[in-house]
Design a protein around this ligand. Structure first.
Ligand SMILES: Cc1cc2nc3c(=O)[nH]c(=O)nc-3n(C[C@H](O)[C@H](O)[C@H](O)COP(=O)(O)OP(=O)(O)OC[C@H]3O[C@@H](n4cnc5c(N)ncnc54)[C@H](O)[C@@H]3O)c2cc1C
Length: 400
């Protein structure tokens, strides 16, 4: 069978190899001069290619599309991904949070393994597909100067994030050409803009073991771990994860719990103790013991407290206010960065119109969607690439 794959990214390459080994004639189209351009920048150039976890944990890290992914992840699990790459000769290691990386710390080694899996596939690089139609039983793909005919078509064009890597949202246009509904693309795993002026003062500051709390639409969400201040936003693992839950929310309020391990009462007792042994010291001296130095001034400003105020001059109300702000330091939400800045794109091809077992379109026989073009997005930790691999495998199995 002649099969076209539009997109030589993580999902397209994975599917291509599984199809060519069954004797199909597979052509992978990519607009770039080489395949897997996005893979090179994953995991800060190290590629966190999956998570060494069980299926239930994988599913709990799928923000949108959890039910849909049930079949695909059972067909090709995180353990299958690990076995697959090790079988291709790529040595792997598991780090904090069960994140799996190549031992070499080189994302390019992941691409190399995928390319050798694709041995036997034809590559049409530097070929931007501009339109696709079905004529009778065949799919016709159009590039600027050419047209190509195939029996089956797999759309693996990714989302709209980091468009410089080639993922510009073309797959949505192609899906619409076949009558598919597109859930509006939105940013996911993206920095959260903060309106407070003090944020620029904190640029580069990373807070570890804090809890980022968010209230929206009558709900609350808490993320525990590490976050980072940028010039006008918060980023880092917990801020990025939180963004995926609030991209469609309204009435959002944010705060940081700087001492999540201590209850309000425990913190109050700790502060009283610190006060009692530092009565003649500046308040900044005590506060320094509770947070990174760079945050102290911003924190005290927020409470209208001068850093040189002596501890013995702090009134009970002010002390209670310090505790309240340690547990609940407010940040003024200023919106999310755009979809292009997201690690992944939320939204995409409506899952209701795609078979979760084979990734085949329910509207057009022989048409398949895999990877980020689908309305699926996951948290950080290797879950998005796993989704690309699992959907690719389901599709190849469906065709085979
Ligand atoms: C900075 C960054 C870091 C990330 N790190 C991780 C990580 O460590 N772990 C993880 O699990 N996930 C990570 N992700 C997410 C992950 O990279 C993606 O979810 C995954 O690559 C999606 O794979 P895909 O095959 O669906 O699409 P893509 O990898 O985006 O591939 C799509 C391909 O289609 C091609 N294409 C698009 N339109 C056309 C067209 N019209 N004609 C021809 N070719 C076309 C593109 O050139 C591209 O090569 C990261 C993403 C970013 C941006």
């Amino acid at each position: 069978m002649k099969i076209a794959i539009i997109g030589g990214g993580a999902s397209g390459l994975m599917a291509g190899g599984f199809l060519v080994e069954k004797g199909h004639e597979v052509t992978i189209f990519d607009a770039n001069e080489k395949c897997g351009k996005k893979i090179y920048i994953t995991g800060k150039g190290r590629c966190n290619l999956t998570n060494n976890c069980d299926t239930q944990t994988y599913l709990s890290n799928v923000v949108n599309g959890e039910k849909f992914m049930f079949s695909a992840i059972n067909g090709f699990s995180t353990a299958d991904t690990i076995n697959f790459f090790e079988g291709m000769g790529l040595k792997l290691k598991t780090e904090r949070g069960n994140r799996v990386f190549p031992q070499s710390d080189k994302a390019s080694d992941v691409t190399k393994a995928l390319l050798s899996h694709c041995k036997g596939c034809k590559f049409q690089l530097n070929t931007l597909i501009t339109a696709v139609v079905k004529k009778g039983e065949q799919f016709v793909l159009y590039s600027q100067n050419n047209q190509f005919t195939f029996d089956k078509l797999i759309i693996a064009t990714g989302g709209k994030s980091y468009p410089a890597t080639g993922s510009k949202g073309d797959g949505y246009k192609f899906a619409q050409m076949f009558g598919h509904n597109i859930i509006k693309p939105r940013p996911a795993l993206v920095p959260i803009k903060i309106k407070d002026k003090f944020v620029s003062q904190l640029e580069g500051l990373s807070l570890k073991n804090v809890s980022l709390n968010c209230a929206f639409n009558g709900k609350t969400k808490q993320m525990f771990g590490e976050m980072l201040f940028t010039a006008d936003a918060i980023s880092g693992p917990i801020a990025l994860s939180l963004s995926s839950y609030i991209s469609q929310a309204q009435h959002i309020s944010l705060s940081i719990d700087l001492k999540p391990a201590l209850s309000q009462e425990q913190l109050e007792a700790r502060l009283l103790r610190d006060f009692s042994v530092n009565l003649n010291k500046n308040i900044s001296h005590v506060i320094k013991g509770l947070m990174p130095n760079r945050l102290v001034e911003v924190f005290l400003n927020k409470l209208n407290l001068d850093s040189t105020t002596k501890v013995n001059a702090i009134k009970v109300e002010q002390r209670k206010n310090i505790v309240a702000h340690l547990k609940n330091f407010p940040l003024e939400f200023g919106g999310l960065y755009g979809v292009e800045a997201g690690i992944v794109t939320g939204g995409g091809v409506d899952l209701k119109e795609v078979s979760p077992k084979t990734m085949e379109s329910k509207l057009c026989e022989g048409l398949y969607f895999i990877g980020e073009v689908l309305d699926i997005d996951c948290l950080t930790g290797g879950f998005n690439l796993q989704t690309a691999f699992s959907t690719a495998y389901a599709c190849a199995k469906g065709i085979n």
